[in-house]
Design a protein around this ligand. Structure first.
Ligand code: PRP
Ligand code: GLN
Ligand code: MG
Length: 519
């Protein structure tokens, strides 16, 4: 996952894109970038780090124009902390293109080779998103027979992308002289929603990974981009859309509902908050059914993502819900940090136990998922150190046993605590007195209870079924081999200009003398 945003407005969009990326920060903490368009001219600034660290006042001032795109990165290809792989990516031909991508391509290596040999295109990074941009550029070039780009050619180019590219992709792109393009892969694995804002100057459109960005930026949620669909918004704010894939299946990523998305988002017509609450209900029923003997004194969530499931679980079991861990709000999400050592250290920095909530009690800790077991191991130890008698552990999702190839950085089975262990072994490994996992059918039922029209999900990390149908065991083995080391860190030279004190203060948009009309 990463956060992506695209907007065509009637006033400058630099502040809007910045604010939107801040709201999508939970989707990627590694790098951020913004590109804007001023007529046919692009401006861009990107770099490693959190949104608030990447942009300085002078960068924001240079992002001139009424339309643009933004990206915050959680790397799944190439390397972590590498400013060269920050997005958006740019190619000058045809017309001038900028692109930002959420997802992961599964045939990037083959495409890269084909494009070098057949299309004479060079790629300068190991990012699959740069490959995607070049495929789009090539298809647009082939489809264009005039010097002017039009909707027909863009739709043809997106259809060409769908034919050549495999994997997961939600995309926002800018075409110089035309406007904004957004599209989603034919399985709709990664989310993408559209918002609209009617102003005296005309309609404005915003496309974003999650509806939370649409709400907070003052737009109204229109709908999701359909799997395989492309939407175009020209620089005057005219909106057209078309289905560009020959065959579509709607199978959104289940892990978005479990962990990735913010609870206040609605994606594919499903409220993430309500879904997580329903996961708690189903899990409560399983506990009642399978472990009626557990004498639980209190249900305690592991902040942040499990709170809503834990609350409903406690209510359904008629047990007290207690907040036993305090989260340091200045530490980011642990799971999406690159490198296991950093993740482990961050759990202790991030969460601290309130001893009184544990002393002499049997507690049921609830988390949304157990992936590498980093959080659960530490937290159970902390609960015991705080004086808990028995520590039971419940996960609102099933065991994560398989690699993800669609934009979540868990490429190797060996790093997953559940891959080659039974539930009893996992329970021992994390040090719990009992362990309860959600069943996969209950997880699906929880999400479908909010929107029954979604009948399929991308659930490969739980069941090993890869929805795109092209993932072979040889592919998975190669990935395991290539990535048995976590993503490499590349030295950050971002502050080489020595002007670190000039960081942009997001609370003071008056620093932007070009920011007219947006607070
Ligand atoms: O088994 P693990 O490898 O530790 O991964 C699972 C944990 O990571 C996530 O939390 P994270 O701290 O990333 O974010 P949150 O604050 O949104 O819960 C998730 O909510 C689990 O707590
Ligand atoms: N998580 C993502 O969406 C990652 C996007 C892209 N594959 C990258 O590594 O930069
Ligand atoms: Mg968590």
């Amino acid at each position: 996952m990463c956060g992506i945003l695209g907007v065509v407005a009637t006033t400058p969009v630099n502040q809007l894109l910045y604010d939107g990326l801040q709201v999508l920060q939970h989707r990627g903490q590694d790098a951020a970038g913004i590109a804007t368009g001023e007529g046919g001219r692009f401006h861009m600034h990107k770099g490693s780090g959190l949104v608030r660290d990447v942009f300085r006042t002078r960068n924001m001032r240079s992002l001139v124009g009424n339309w643009g795109i933004g990206h915050c990165r959680y790397p799944t290809a190439g390397s972590a902390d590498n400013a060269a792989e920050a997005q958006p990516f740019y190619v000058n031909s045809p017309f001038g293109l900028m692109l930002a991508h959420n997802g992961n391509l599964t045939n990037a290596a083959q495409l890269k080779q084909d494009m070098f040999l057949q299309d004479l295109r060079h790629m300068n990074t190991n990012s699959d998103s740069e490959v995607l941009l070049n495929v789009f550029a090539h298809e647009l070039q082939v489809a264009s027979n005039t010097h002017q780009v039009n909707a027909e050619t863009i739709f043809k180019a997106v259809a060409g992308v769908h034919r050549r590219v495999r994997g997961a992709y939600a995309v926002v792109a800018m075409i110089a002289g035309y406007g904004l393009v957004a599209f989603r892969d034919p399985f709709g694995i990664r989310p993408l929603v559209i918002g609209r804002n009617d102003t005296p100057g005309g309609a404005e459109y915003l496309v974003a990974s999650e509806s939370v960005a649409i709400d907070t930026l003052g737009f109204k949620l229109l709908r999701d981009v359909e799997p395989g669909e492309a939407i175009l918004i020209d620089m005057r704010g005219n909106f057209v859309s078309r289905q560009c894939a020959e065959r579509t299946v709607h199978a959104p990523c289940m892990f978005e509902f479990v962990y990735l998305a913010r609870p206040d988002s609605v994606m594919d017509g499903i409220s993430v908050y309500e879904t997580r609450a329903r996961m708690g209900d189903f899990l409560a029923d399983k506990i009642r059914r399978t472990m009626p003997h557990l004498a639980i004194d209190a249900v305690i969530p592991i902040p942040d993502s499990s709170r809503h499931s834990a609350m409903d679980l406690a209510a359904r079991l008629n047990l007290p819900y207690r907040e036993g861990f305090v989260k340091n709000r200045y530490i980011g999400r642990t799971f999406i940090m690159p490198g296991q050592a950093t993740r482990r250290k961050s759990v202790r920095q991030k969460l601290n136990a309130i001893a009184q909530e544990f002393k002499g009690r049997n507690v049921l800790l609830v988390d949304d998922s157990i992936v590498r077991g980093t959080t659960s191991r530490e937290i159970i130890m902390m609960a015991r150190e705080a004086g808990a008698k028995k520590v039971y552990f419940a996960s609102a999702s099933p065991p994560v046993r398989f690699a993800n190839v669609y934009g979540i950085d868990m490429p190797t089975r060996s790093e997953l605590i559940a891959s080659f262990r039974s539930d009893e072994e996992i329970c021992r490994e994390i040090g719990a007195d009992a362990l309860i996992y959600q069943d996969i059918d209950d997880l699906k039922a929880a999400v479908r209870s909010i929107n029954p029209s979604i009948t399929q999900f991308e659930t490969s990390c739980f069941d090993g079924h890869y929805i795109t149908g092209d993932i072979t065991s040889a592919y998975l083995q190669k990935m395991e081999h290539d990535r048995d080391q976590p993503l490499m860190h590349v030295a950050d030279d971002d502050d080489s200009d020595g002007e670190g004190s000039d960081r942009y203060d997001h609370n003071d948009s008056s620093q932007l003398d070009l920011n007219l009309g947006r607070g």
